[in-house]
Design a protein around this ligand. Sequence first.
Ligand SMILES: Nc1ncnc2c1ncn2[C@@H]1O[C@H](COP(=O)(O)OP(=O)(O)O)[C@@H](O)[C@H]1O
Ligand SMILES: [Mg+2]
Length: 303
Amino acid sequence: MTGSARELTTTARDLLGCSDNERISSLAREPFVSYGTAKRILTRMDALLRSPRSHRPASMLIAGATNNGKTMLVRRFTDANPAVHDDEADAVSCSVLYIQMPPTPDARQFYLAILEKLNVPTQRTAVLSHVQSQTLRICRIVGLKVLVIDEIHNIHGGRIEQQRHFLNLLRYISNELEIHIIGCGLPSALRALQSDEQLTNRFEHWPLPIWRSDKSCRVLLNTIESTLPLQRQSSLSETETMERILGLSGGTIGEIARLIREAAAAAIRAGAERIDTDLLDSLGWVAPDDRRKAAEAVLGHRS
Ligand SMILES: Nc1ncnc2c1ncn2[C@@H]1O[C@H](COP(=O)(O)OP(=O)(O)O)[C@@H](O)[C@H]1O
Ligand SMILES: [Mg+2]
């Protein structure tokens, strides 16, 4: 990429003629940046949604560190497949539903989370068997096909017995409704699913690893750079700059994107109009691991 032949998104290019303040404000937006694994996961999620119902529906586990883009990815899929109202039939069709796993693997809380997302009035005191049959009935009526469960590692928030019951429940609703389950959460979720032999076989593992200094990271940084309204080229994917970004960010996409946006704002303010290692070093950025250590030191000091 040379300065004049830089590839910018249309939005970034249009912003080049705007004032410094406008360009800095635009950096507060968090556009979705696509990358290889994200594309493959989105393609697979779409394939599950389009596949005919089966009595052994495949499921997915998207596992990765916190702040590494799991929720943003599944949200992109759920936003692309919203519930629709069929005026003629006066019925709602909801083929994809997103819920957060309750803090503990509690069946009632889980069913209530589904019902609330479907705007079904619920009675918190209703007996579990009633809540369960109501949930299954309504999921059938709306034609649910894919249930996305975020923070699925919360399965670990209960005793072993409770965890086992919950895994049985997942298998039961998946079989009974013939729906695909897409779980996302910390890598520890894999351990929970592996304790159930049948679920392990059914859940495809889709890891979202921490970014490392390699070709796919170069592509990611080039894509992020193409969204920045800077007058000059930064070459974020050059080895030294890439490694500095990875070192300061700890390698999660959330931290990488935030660091680069902060650096871009600083580059506009300073008139440098490009991000290099000197500018990154001047930000006073504290890497997430160091932030954590500092917080632990304060807490340890207090106790
Ligand atoms: N594909 C992406 N493109 C741009 N920014 C992203 C992307 N994925 C994640 N982010 C950034 O990372 C932050 C954390 O992402 P999130 O999906 O909430 O992580 P997780 O669910 O893994 O904890 C988001 O607020 C967003 O700023
Ligand atoms: Mg999340």
